[in-house]
Design a protein around this ligand. Structure first.
Ligand code: PLP
Length: 434
């Protein structure tokens, strides 16, 4: 059997394994629902980017892990140990990076809405570089930096007008996006001119992010060309030549067998070729390149284990397999209809021909993890169900709807396991109540 990621397998007893470990044993030891994270896979994914960056881009270029994909101390520690920078988008993510001991000069702060409090919090904790989304934020950061008598490094977030053909909810690079300032309308030029007038902001360059779960052939290459042309145009008009170009995150990962797999090193080499060629054509020095992968660092490092609570066969209609989790630990199907590979961990040798919908236990009809899947007919209460490729935007999007506690995150490394985030208890949930 081949799976969406080589860290998934079946052992001699016919049980599903993840990172070489028996998933039934892990479900027994830690309880369900349970997030598993394969630390070795995270490190492997970081190295794909780091090695390709070293081979392809000029010194000073750096991939940053987009922490929003999965933010807790252990992940920040692991990616920082590998040498990645980190992108944070809230005070909570900043606090997590600080607590993990991350070198804050390697941390960037994008987000399209920063309050004065957020700006002060980030400055207090030494966040290295702001990614400024809009004029109000630019002026608010300038005012706060002036008050402190400091100069802060920043990139300006621009929208290159690229449609990456992905889910509407995760498209971000188009002209009418809520993120950044559009090049096409001329507003980006005004934004740059205003930034250059600020005395306490050191403009390093520009940032863009075209979308997420991107499989398009040349999306990043096209974005790079548009951004480099803008760099050259601004250099001509203002004399300011940007030294940094951040191309954002977004490479897709396969969730089901029919999804294509992206060869990250090959992709980066192709982006680097486009950057070099365009810089030569435009007669500008090659900027340092940043990228901000989130999903492609952690998605395939994750798997969620549940136990079946009930199997409901509605005569003449459809069938539901109800599990002990749901949209509270994985809202992605409810949000975007995202696909997943679902496996019955203890029945890997059985034929999967029972068509059903995997349903959560929240009081909400839309609380489904996946529809129209095939599981073995014998599946029943107590069976362990594995949902694959849940490392990105699962734990980080988890909620306490219905006051369910969030599952623990158990990291797998070298055949061993450890709790990175413990299970949330009813006492934890009551902690904030007066
Ligand atoms: C979400 C986001 C990323 C990460 O995107 P992935 O699809 O997870 O790689 C990177 N940069 C910015 C600005 C983002 O908003």
């Amino acid at each position: 059997m081949t799976f969406v990621c080589p860290n998934i397998g079946v052992n001699a007893e016919g049980r599903l394994t993840f990172a070489g470990q028996d998933t039934l044993r892990l479900a027994e030891e830690y309880g369900t629902p349970l997030y598993l994270m394969d630390e070795d896979r995270i490190r492997h994914n970081c190295r794909l980017y780091l090695d390709a960056f070293k081979a392809s881009f000029r010194p000073g270029s750096l991939p940053h892990y987009a922490a929003k994909a999965a933010a807790f101390k252990a992940i920040c520690r692991v990616v920082a140990e590998e040498g990645m920078g980190i992108d944070v988008c809230s005070t909570g993510e900043i606090a997590t990076a600080v607590a993990a001991g991350v070198d804050m000069t390697r941390v960037m702060f994008p987000s399209n809405g920063k309050s004065d409090g957020d700006i002060r919090y980030a400055l207090d904790r030494g966040v290295g570089c702001f990614v400024i989304d809009n004029t109000e934020e630019l002026l608010a950061l300038e005012a706060e930096a002036e008050k402190r008598g400091i100069t802060k490094k920043a990139l300006l977030r621009l929208t290159p007008g690229i449609d990456p053909h992905t889910y509407a909810a995760v498209n971000t690079g188009m002209v009418d996006s809520k993120f950044g300032v559009a090049i096409e309308t001329g507003q980006a030029e005004q934004f740059v001119r205003l930034a250059l007038q600020q005395k306490h902001i050191e403009l390093l360059g520009y940032h863009c992010h075209v979308g997420s779960q991107v499989f398009g052939e040349d999306v990043f290459e096209r974005a790079a060309v548009v951004m480099l042309e803008f760099i050259a145009d601004m250099a001509k008009k203002t004399g300011y030549l940007a030294g940094v170009l951040d191309l954002g995150g977004g490479y897709g990962v396969p969730y089901v067998a029919s999804d294509p797999a992206i060869d990250i090193p090959a992709k980066i080499a192709s982006v680097a070729a486009a950057v070099k060629e365009t810089c030569v054509r435009l007669g500008i020095a090659e900027p340092c390149i940043m990228m901000e992968p989130g999903r492609s660092i952690v998605a395939d490092a994750g798997m969620t284990l549940y136990r079946v609570l009930a199997v409901k066969r509605i005569t003449g209609y459809k069938s539901y397999v109800t599990i002990d989790g749901g949209m509270t630990d994985d809202p992605r199907y409810a949000l975007y209809g995202s696909r997943y590979t679902v496996l019955a961990a203890g029945r890997m040798g059985e034929t999967a021909d029972f068509r059903c919908t995997l349903a959560g236990r929240c009081c909400e009809s839309g609380d489904l993890i996946q529809e129209n899947i095939l599981l073995p007919d014998g599946v029943g209460r107590g069976d362990v169900i594995a949902v694959c490729t849940t490392g990105a935007y699962n734990y980080s999007m988890a909620s306490n709807y219905n006051r369910f506690g969030r599952p623990p995150v158990v990291m797998l490394r070298d055949g061993e396991s450890y709790v990175a985030v413990r299970r949330e208890t009813p006492e934890d949930l009551l902690r904030l109540d007066a």
